[in-house]
Design a protein around this ligand. Structure first.
Ligand SMILES: Cc1ncc(COP(=O)(O)O)c(C=O)c1O
Length: 363
């Protein structure tokens, strides 16, 4: 008898990461993975280098110091925080904890493709509620709930559209969901949002026992390579997910760097200011060219191109690639007419925006 995998895995297409510049003639601009333009805090780098001297010991399995640092920073209780190998590990573990074969995992249409992979890998089915104007639609999500729904995931703000649900809208979503449905608020880009009507999810987690907020050190803290994420949830959820995570999931050097990053608010503020400046410049320049920008939040802009010969997103992608400028095709995210451009350094942004302008002016 041949070896046979669990049924259903053939429904999964592997995740396509953002591509890298190929080098050679062009400047080599990578704006495809929503990494930080300014990189990590120098203090985090120093802490990483210090801790990197001792690699023969297992890390603190309970990651007590970094959880305490997060608790202090955000006014949370340590026992409600769980660390992960990026927020990816926690999203996967949360879905596996609450959904399985025969269940449904529900999320909006144009969003982070890993939700699909995590849901299908548990044997659950996926249901996607249509967005309205590139935003998650609370009514559409509620209308898509069935008796099989076990988990609802909303990226807030959303990758790739940069739109967000207000705290009132998120509360309305939670209130409309049955109590036995887990609501995951994926707040990977929360730090970039300064809108008064936005909450990353802390208030809703505090008010309920079936909501979880996931966060990451990969974006504003510029530590994507170290793979550090965390979630905040009721202690019952933390306890269950804690049983199925990998035991030493965050390295000692990663924990040390994360603590130093949290302490360096000056660097974090500089990253946020740089991102806001270029988000605004990019949005103005691109809309000035007649292109559509889908949202206002995050360290990226999602740009829509006309559905006409030679003007499509794929044509823009090919044009940019000729200069070794790599943005992200949004076809795999459910938006085939769009490219997502991560906010890069001043030079990278000027190079990329000039190239898009050259592409459009030639129409
Ligand atoms: C919406 C969203 N959630 C989660 C992640 C995963 O981040 P991490 O690096 O913490 O695994 C990403 C990464 O791009 C993301 O865009």
């Amino acid at each position: 008898m041949p070896l046979v995998a669990r049924p259903g895995l053939d429904r999964i297409q592997p995740y396509q990461p953002g591509q890298k510049p190929i080098g050679g003639g062009g400047p080599g601009v990578k704006l495809s993975a929503n990494e930080s333009a300014l990189g990590p805090s120098p203090k985090a780098m120093a802490a990483y280098a210090d801790a990197g001297g001792v690699i023969e010991r297992y890390p603190d399995a309970n990651a007590v110091r970094i959880r305490q640092a997060l608790a202090d920073r955000y006014g949370l209780k340590v026992e409600n925080i769980l660390m992960g190998i990026g927020s990816d590990e926690l999203l996967s573990a949360l879905v596996r904890t609450y959904a399985g074969a025969g269940d449904e995992v529900l999320y909006p249409t144009a969003t982070f493709p890993m939700y699909r992979i995590y849901a299908l890998s548990t044997g659950a089915d996926i249901v996607q509620a249509p967005d309205t104007d590139y935003r998650a639609d609370v009514d559409a999500l509620l209308a898509a709930v069935t008796e099989r729904t076990k988990v609802v995931i909303v990226a807030n703000p959303n990758n790739p559209t940069g739109t967000y649900l207000t705290s009132d809208e998120m509360e309305r979503l939670r209130a409309g969901l049955r109590d036995d449905i887990l609501l995951i608020i994926d707040a990977a880009y929360a730090e970039y949002v300064s809108k008064a009507d936005y909450d990353a999810g802390i208030a809703l987690v505090n008010a309920t026992d079936n909501t979880v907020m996931t966060r990451t050190f990969s974006k504003v803290h510029g530590m994507a390579s170290l793979r550090i994420g965390w979630c905040y949830a009721h202690s019952d959820i933390v306890s269950l997910v804690g049983r199925i995570r990998s035991p030493f999931n965050v390295s000692s050097a990663g924990q040390a760097a994360g603590i130093a990053a949290l302490e360096d608010k000056t660097h974090e503020d500089a990253v946020i200011a740089h991102t806001a400046k270029w988000h605004s410049i990019a949005s103005q320049r691109l809309t000035g060219l007649g292109l559509e920008i889908t949202g206002t939040e995050g360290n990226f802009v999602c740009v829509g191109f006309p559905d006409e010969e030679g003007k499509r997103a794929k044509d823009a992608d090919a044009f940019l690639r000729k200069s070794d400028i790599i943005t992200r095709s949004m076809a795999g995210f459910g938006l085939p007419k769009h490219l997502r451009v991560t906010i890069g350094t001043d030079k990278e942004m000027e190079t990329c925006l000039d190239a898009i302008e050259e592409f459009v002016r030639a129409w």
